[in-house]
Design a protein around this ligand. Structure first.
Ligand code: CA
Length: 240
Protein backbone atom coordinates (compact mmCIF):
# COMPACT_ATOMS: atom_id res chain seq x y z
CA UNK A 1 0.00 0.00 0.00
CA UNK A 2 2.61 2.56 1.01
CA UNK A 3 4.75 2.68 -2.11
CA UNK A 4 6.10 5.66 -4.00
CA UNK A 5 4.52 6.13 -7.39
CA UNK A 6 4.99 9.62 -8.70
CA UNK A 7 7.04 12.51 -9.98
CA UNK A 8 6.59 15.80 -8.18
CA UNK A 9 7.67 19.39 -7.72
CA UNK A 10 6.93 21.80 -4.88
CA UNK A 11 7.64 25.44 -4.20
CA UNK A 12 6.63 28.17 -1.77
CA UNK A 13 6.88 31.92 -2.25
CA UNK A 14 6.40 34.80 0.19
CA UNK A 15 4.31 36.69 -2.38
CA UNK A 16 4.33 40.43 -2.94
CA UNK A 17 2.62 41.76 0.18
CA UNK A 18 3.86 39.78 3.17
CA UNK A 19 7.24 40.10 4.81
CA UNK A 20 7.48 36.52 6.00
CA UNK A 21 6.40 33.19 4.62
CA UNK A 22 4.16 31.35 7.09
CA UNK A 23 3.48 28.52 4.65
CA UNK A 24 5.47 25.31 4.77
CA UNK A 25 5.48 22.15 2.69
CA UNK A 26 6.86 18.66 2.67
CA UNK A 27 7.36 16.65 -0.50
CA UNK A 28 8.93 13.21 -0.44
CA UNK A 29 7.05 10.61 -2.38
CA UNK A 30 4.66 9.12 -1.43
CA UNK A 31 3.85 11.77 1.22
CA UNK A 32 3.05 15.41 0.40
CA UNK A 33 1.94 18.13 2.80
CA UNK A 34 1.06 21.84 2.75
CA UNK A 35 0.56 23.92 5.90
CA UNK A 36 -0.43 27.59 6.20
CA UNK A 37 0.41 29.00 9.60
CA UNK A 38 -1.11 31.87 11.52
CA UNK A 39 -0.15 33.77 14.65
CA UNK A 40 1.93 36.82 15.60
CA UNK A 41 5.63 37.09 16.46
CA UNK A 42 6.70 34.40 13.96
CA UNK A 43 4.32 31.92 15.64
CA UNK A 44 2.65 31.17 12.29
CA UNK A 45 5.95 30.06 10.84
CA UNK A 46 6.57 27.88 13.88
CA UNK A 47 3.12 26.29 13.69
CA UNK A 48 3.32 25.37 10.00
CA UNK A 49 6.86 24.03 10.39
CA UNK A 50 5.92 21.89 13.38
CA UNK A 51 2.93 20.54 11.44
CA UNK A 52 5.19 19.52 8.56
CA UNK A 53 7.69 17.89 10.90
CA UNK A 54 5.11 15.32 11.97
CA UNK A 55 5.34 13.89 8.44
CA UNK A 56 9.10 13.97 7.95
CA UNK A 57 9.64 10.41 9.09
CA UNK A 58 7.21 9.23 6.42
CA UNK A 59 4.26 6.99 7.16
CA UNK A 60 4.70 3.67 8.90
CA UNK A 61 3.52 0.69 6.94
CA UNK A 62 0.32 0.37 8.84
CA UNK A 63 -0.56 -3.21 7.95
CA UNK A 64 -4.32 -3.19 8.12
CA UNK A 65 -4.43 0.56 8.79
CA UNK A 66 -5.50 2.64 5.79
CA UNK A 67 -3.33 5.45 4.44
CA UNK A 68 -6.08 7.93 5.27
CA UNK A 69 -6.09 6.78 8.90
CA UNK A 70 -2.28 7.01 9.07
CA UNK A 71 -2.44 10.56 7.70
CA UNK A 72 -5.22 11.50 10.12
CA UNK A 73 -3.16 10.14 13.02
CA UNK A 74 -0.21 12.32 12.00
CA UNK A 75 -2.48 15.35 11.76
CA UNK A 76 -3.66 14.63 15.29
CA UNK A 77 -0.07 14.25 16.47
CA UNK A 78 0.87 17.60 14.88
CA UNK A 79 -2.14 19.20 16.52
CA UNK A 80 -1.15 17.99 19.97
CA UNK A 81 2.37 19.32 19.61
CA UNK A 82 1.28 22.74 18.32
CA UNK A 83 -1.36 23.01 21.03
CA UNK A 84 1.19 22.19 23.74
CA UNK A 85 3.65 24.74 22.35
CA UNK A 86 0.96 27.41 22.18
CA UNK A 87 0.09 26.76 25.84
CA UNK A 88 3.73 26.91 26.93
CA UNK A 89 4.62 30.39 25.69
CA UNK A 90 2.93 33.81 25.61
CA UNK A 91 4.40 34.58 22.19
CA UNK A 92 2.86 31.46 20.76
CA UNK A 93 -0.57 31.73 22.36
CA UNK A 94 -3.23 31.26 19.70
CA UNK A 95 -0.87 30.07 17.00
CA UNK A 96 -2.28 27.64 14.51
CA UNK A 97 -2.02 26.25 11.04
CA UNK A 98 -3.94 24.54 8.30
CA UNK A 99 -2.72 21.21 7.07
CA UNK A 100 -3.42 19.23 3.94
CA UNK A 101 -1.57 15.94 3.67
CA UNK A 102 -1.67 13.37 0.88
CA UNK A 103 -0.39 9.86 0.37
CA UNK A 104 -0.07 9.20 -3.36
CA UNK A 105 0.05 5.46 -3.99
CA UNK A 106 -0.09 3.35 -7.14
CA UNK A 107 -3.80 2.78 -6.97
CA UNK A 108 -5.16 5.40 -4.65
CA UNK A 109 -4.63 8.85 -3.23
CA UNK A 110 -5.47 9.42 0.44
CA UNK A 111 -5.88 12.93 1.81
CA UNK A 112 -6.39 14.27 5.33
CA UNK A 113 -6.89 17.95 6.02
CA UNK A 114 -7.84 20.67 8.46
CA UNK A 115 -8.48 24.24 7.28
CA UNK A 116 -8.61 25.79 3.81
CA UNK A 117 -5.45 24.58 2.10
CA UNK A 118 -6.80 22.51 -0.76
CA UNK A 119 -6.11 19.29 -2.59
CA UNK A 120 -7.19 19.07 -6.24
CA UNK A 121 -7.28 16.27 -8.74
CA UNK A 122 -6.53 17.20 -12.35
CA UNK A 123 -7.52 14.38 -14.69
CA UNK A 124 -8.28 14.39 -18.41
CA UNK A 125 -8.59 18.14 -18.64
CA UNK A 126 -10.86 18.47 -15.61
CA UNK A 127 -10.11 19.87 -12.19
CA UNK A 128 -11.94 18.72 -9.09
CA UNK A 129 -11.54 19.51 -5.42
CA UNK A 130 -10.68 16.60 -3.17
CA UNK A 131 -11.03 18.71 -0.02
CA UNK A 132 -13.82 20.91 1.29
CA UNK A 133 -12.55 24.08 2.94
CA UNK A 134 -13.11 24.35 6.67
CA UNK A 135 -14.05 27.96 6.24
CA UNK A 136 -16.96 30.18 7.14
CA UNK A 137 -17.69 31.03 3.50
CA UNK A 138 -17.70 27.36 2.47
CA UNK A 139 -20.23 26.60 5.20
CA UNK A 140 -22.38 29.46 3.92
CA UNK A 141 -22.19 28.07 0.37
CA UNK A 142 -23.15 24.61 1.65
CA UNK A 143 -26.11 26.13 3.47
CA UNK A 144 -27.21 27.97 0.33
CA UNK A 145 -26.57 31.38 1.91
CA UNK A 146 -23.78 32.41 -0.50
CA UNK A 147 -22.90 31.47 -4.06
CA UNK A 148 -19.37 30.30 -4.94
CA UNK A 149 -18.79 33.61 -6.70
CA UNK A 150 -19.93 35.59 -3.63
CA UNK A 151 -17.75 33.43 -1.38
CA UNK A 152 -14.66 34.19 -3.47
CA UNK A 153 -15.07 37.93 -2.95
CA UNK A 154 -16.46 37.87 0.57
CA UNK A 155 -14.61 39.96 3.20
CA UNK A 156 -14.70 36.96 5.58
CA UNK A 157 -13.29 34.51 3.00
CA UNK A 158 -10.12 34.02 5.08
CA UNK A 159 -11.97 32.94 8.22
CA UNK A 160 -11.33 29.26 8.82
CA UNK A 161 -13.48 27.14 11.10
CA UNK A 162 -10.94 24.42 11.90
CA UNK A 163 -7.19 24.72 12.46
CA UNK A 164 -4.42 22.82 14.16
CA UNK A 165 -3.35 24.09 17.55
CA UNK A 166 -6.51 25.64 18.92
CA UNK A 167 -7.64 22.70 21.03
CA UNK A 168 -6.23 19.45 22.33
CA UNK A 169 -8.27 17.44 19.83
CA UNK A 170 -8.84 18.20 16.18
CA UNK A 171 -11.18 16.56 13.70
CA UNK A 172 -9.49 16.14 10.30
CA UNK A 173 -11.46 15.16 7.21
CA UNK A 174 -9.90 12.16 5.51
CA UNK A 175 -10.77 10.54 2.22
CA UNK A 176 -9.37 8.28 -0.44
CA UNK A 177 -9.82 8.33 -4.20
CA UNK A 178 -8.79 5.87 -6.86
CA UNK A 179 -5.66 6.97 -8.74
CA UNK A 180 -5.06 6.59 -12.48
CA UNK A 181 -1.80 6.94 -14.36
CA UNK A 182 -1.32 10.54 -15.44
CA UNK A 183 -3.40 12.08 -12.67
CA UNK A 184 -1.99 15.29 -11.25
CA UNK A 185 -2.60 16.08 -7.58
CA UNK A 186 -2.20 19.70 -6.51
CA UNK A 187 -1.88 20.70 -2.87
CA UNK A 188 -1.89 24.44 -2.29
CA UNK A 189 -2.37 27.22 0.23
CA UNK A 190 -5.10 29.85 -0.13
CA UNK A 191 -2.45 32.27 -1.42
CA UNK A 192 -2.91 30.42 -4.71
CA UNK A 193 -6.65 29.77 -4.70
CA UNK A 194 -7.46 33.23 -3.34
CA UNK A 195 -5.62 34.89 -6.25
CA UNK A 196 -5.94 32.56 -9.24
CA UNK A 197 -9.29 31.26 -10.54
CA UNK A 198 -9.67 27.50 -10.82
CA UNK A 199 -10.01 27.56 -14.62
CA UNK A 200 -6.63 29.32 -14.81
CA UNK A 201 -5.08 26.80 -12.39
CA UNK A 202 -6.42 24.01 -14.60
CA UNK A 203 -5.06 25.63 -17.76
CA UNK A 204 -1.57 26.19 -16.33
CA UNK A 205 -1.31 22.65 -14.99
CA UNK A 206 -2.72 21.02 -18.13
CA UNK A 207 -0.47 23.01 -20.48
CA UNK A 208 2.62 22.14 -18.48
CA UNK A 209 1.81 18.75 -17.11
CA UNK A 210 4.89 17.27 -18.73
CA UNK A 211 7.05 19.71 -16.75
CA UNK A 212 5.85 19.98 -13.15
CA UNK A 213 8.55 22.48 -12.24
CA UNK A 214 7.36 24.84 -14.95
CA UNK A 215 3.72 24.29 -13.98
CA UNK A 216 4.50 25.02 -10.33
CA UNK A 217 6.44 28.18 -11.16
CA UNK A 218 3.67 29.41 -13.46
CA UNK A 219 1.05 28.90 -10.74
CA UNK A 220 3.12 30.95 -8.31
CA UNK A 221 3.84 33.60 -10.95
CA UNK A 222 0.10 33.82 -11.69
CA UNK A 223 -0.67 34.47 -8.00
CA UNK A 224 2.02 37.15 -7.86
CA UNK A 225 0.89 38.79 -11.11
CA UNK A 226 -2.57 39.14 -9.59
CA UNK A 227 -1.13 40.91 -6.56
CA UNK A 228 0.51 38.16 -4.53
CA UNK A 229 -1.37 39.28 -1.43
CA UNK A 230 -0.54 36.14 0.53
CA UNK A 231 2.15 33.52 0.79
CA UNK A 232 1.68 31.00 -2.01
CA UNK A 233 2.58 27.34 -1.98
CA UNK A 234 1.98 24.68 -4.59
CA UNK A 235 2.87 20.99 -4.52
CA UNK A 236 2.29 19.08 -7.77
CA UNK A 237 2.39 15.30 -7.94
CA UNK A 238 1.89 13.24 -11.09
CA UNK A 239 1.05 9.59 -10.79
CA UNK A 240 2.75 7.07 -13.07
CA1 CA B 1 -2.57 31.91 3.64
Amino acid sequence: MLRASSSYFAHSDTGRARRANEDAYFARSPVFVVADGMGGAQAGEVASRVAIEAFERGLDDGGATSAEQLLADRVQEANTRIHEMSQASQDRAGMGTTITAAHVGHHDVAVAHVGDSRAYLIREGQLSRITNDHSWVFEQVQAGMLTEAEAEKHPLRNVITRALGGALQVNPDASEIEARAGDVILLCSDGLTGMVPENEILRLVTENNGDLQKACQQLIDAANERGGLDNVTAVLVKTV
